[in-house]
Design a protein around this ligand. Structure first.
Ligand SMILES: Cc1cc2nc3c(=O)[nH]c(=O)nc-3n(C[C@H](O)[C@H](O)[C@H](O)COP(=O)(O)OP(=O)(O)OC[C@H]3O[C@@H](n4cnc5c(N)ncnc54)[C@H](O)[C@@H]3O)c2cc1C
Length: 473
């Protein structure tokens, strides 16, 4: 029986473990944290279940949905999505609806938007490979400024001219002003529900899926070592053969699947060439600080989450867990909100004490007016390091040599969000785990680096029906 080590018990690592243990491999999972699920875990807070910020599951890929349903069974609900942008004390529906947007902007600003959109049709800006020129050319300077600039710069911590157009390709390629206006005319009732309108949510929170996967793995004699950090992967003569844990223990394996940050993985390999080290130094991650606030009252606002574009606020997104599965709240008359702050590891704010972060979030919440005079009872801080791989302009030039170097190491499979430096959602990481297992088993030989680069097929416009994922093609 072949023994496989898996670093990380997030969606990618657990899916790989689940698939491999089904095929009778012996799997050992090493996880730094005290629970499974990675960034997609669910925690208990003030007697309620909450996720690490908003986590909606959606996929137009049949095999991913099939696996998800295999685990969830009937224990999920389809949730009608409502998310809006909070900007200049107004709410803009998101995805943007032209009439709602123009009503909120007023006639003068609307005219400016139309003129600047027209200018791009007559004399478009040159595409420079950056996010700003990509979006401006498609929507016009004014719409770029209002709806893309502030939020993107808050999230990524760099100017939109320094952000790679790949980010736009991946996340907003399908957005077209013409389509949006056309849909605006046809009215909501005439439309089919799509992945934009509804999403599946497990009745025990997002992390339920991964806790169940972990249970399946344990039942098939797989082992999950929590609070156990892998220091490095041991590579000898170009073959990965084991892992060294932080306490110095060395364990040998036939193959290693790594979902730990790509930079940490590659930097700690013995004799990594200096050119690769130089490339690795150029790959940056962004962190999230999630501040949970327990607020009096039930109907603060109706969205599952709000995007906070206002540049004067530090907070970038606010999740209202009451609007996901209200059942998870029991009789409580309070609401848990999660406010996200984004930063780099060397920013002062990353090391602020919890009380100071709770103060910042509480003050920002007050400024939005969303909670009115309602009291904030308590706060809790959860830090998520390296959760956003930064697609800075030209990042692929640094990433490609690293991919090539790691591909040259036999029996090593780097996958996952920070594990492969891809801006993955859960579904991408699930797919990576599934395909890594098939590759190890010799069932399907695919280039794992190619997953989540086919932006064409990543569409939220897929139609879903009342039965949700089951009839999804
Ligand atoms: C705020 C936020 C909101 C999000 N919203 C959504 C959403 O709405 N929909 C969606 O689908 N996705 C969403 N995501 C993305 C989703 O969380 C990730 O895509 C998914 O969890 C990635 O899975 P993964 O297994 O690749 O990585 P992770 O979930 O990060 O798992 C990696 C695991 O490896 C462990 N690890 C790291 N280093 C080591 C080491 N040296 N030794 C041992 N263990 C190690 C980590 O502790 C972690 O548990 C969101 C993410 C964030 C941060």
């Amino acid at each position: 029986m072949k023994k496989i080590a898996i670093i990380g018990a997030g969606p990618a690592g657990l899916t790989a473990a689940y698939e491999l243990s089904k095929r009778n491999y012996q799997v050992d999972i090493f996880e730094t944290q005290d629970g499974v699920g990675g960034m997609s875990r669910t925690i208990t807070l003030w007697d309620c279940l909450v996720d690490i910020g908003p986590h909606r599951f959606f996929s137009s890929n049949r095999q991913i949905n099939k696996l998800w349903l295999e685990i969830a069974g009937d224990d999920y609900r389809m949730i009608n999505r409502q998310t809006r942008i909070f900007y200049k004390n107004r709410f803009f529906q998101y995805p943007l609806k032209p009439f709602n947007a123009f009503k909120n902007l007023g006639p003068y600003e609307t005219l400016r938007c139309i003129i600047s959109y027209g200018q791009q049709k007559i004399s478009p800006v040159a595409l420079n490979g950056d996010f700003e020129s990509w979006v401006t050319r498609r929507f016009g300077k004014r719409l770029f400024f209002i709806f893309f600039k502030n939020y993107s710069e808050k999230l990524w911590g760099i100017k939109c001219t320094e952000l790679d157009a790949d980010f736009a390709n991946q996340r907003i390629k399908k957005l077209s002003l013409y389509e949006a206006i056309k849909n605006g005319f046809s009215g909501d009732s005439a439309q089919h529900k799509t992945l934009v309108d509804q999403f599946a949510y497990p009745s025990g929170g997002t992390g339920m899926i991964y806790e169940r996967m972990a249970d399946h793995v344990r039942k098939r004699d797989g082992q999950i070592f929590l609070k156990t950090k892998v220091k490095r992967v041991i590579v000898k003569d170009g073959i990965a053969g084991g892992v060294e844990l932080e306490d110095g223990t060395v364990k040998n394996y036939d193959a290693i699947i790594s979902t730990m940050p790509l930079t940490n993985l590659a930097n700690t390999i013995d004799k990594v060439p200096s050119a690769i080290k130089e490339s690795l130094a150029k790959l940056k991650f962004r962190n999230t600080i999630v501040v949970y606030l327990l607020v009096d009252g039930e109907g603060l606002f109706t969205d599952q989450w709000l995007y906070v574009h206002s540049p004067e606020l530090l907070v970038g997104r606010i999740t209202n867990f009451r609007n996901w599965l209200p059942d998870l709240y029991g009789d409580s008359k309070k609401t848990i909100l999660a406010l996200e702050l984004w930063c780099n590891s060397d920013d002062e704010i990353w090391n602020y004490p919890d009380e100071k972060l709770i103060e910042i979030a509480t003050s920002d919440l007050k400024k939005t007016g969303l909670a009115g005079p309602k009291a904030v009872n308590e706060g809790f801080v959860y830090r998520v390091p390296r959760c956003y791989p930064v697609y800075s302009k030209g990042y692929m030039e640094a990433l490609l040599p690293v991919q090539e170097y790691l591909s040259g190491i036999e029996n090593l499979y780097p996958i996952g969000r920070y594990g492969s430096f891809k801006y993955n959602n859960q579904d991408h990481s699930i797919l990576m785990g599934m395909l890594a297992a098939r590759k190890i088993d010799g069932e399907q030989d695919i280039d794992l680096w190619e997953i989540n680069t086919d932006y064409e097929s990543y569409q939220e416009s897929t139609i879903i029906t009342e039965t949700g994922l089951k009839n999804n093609h």
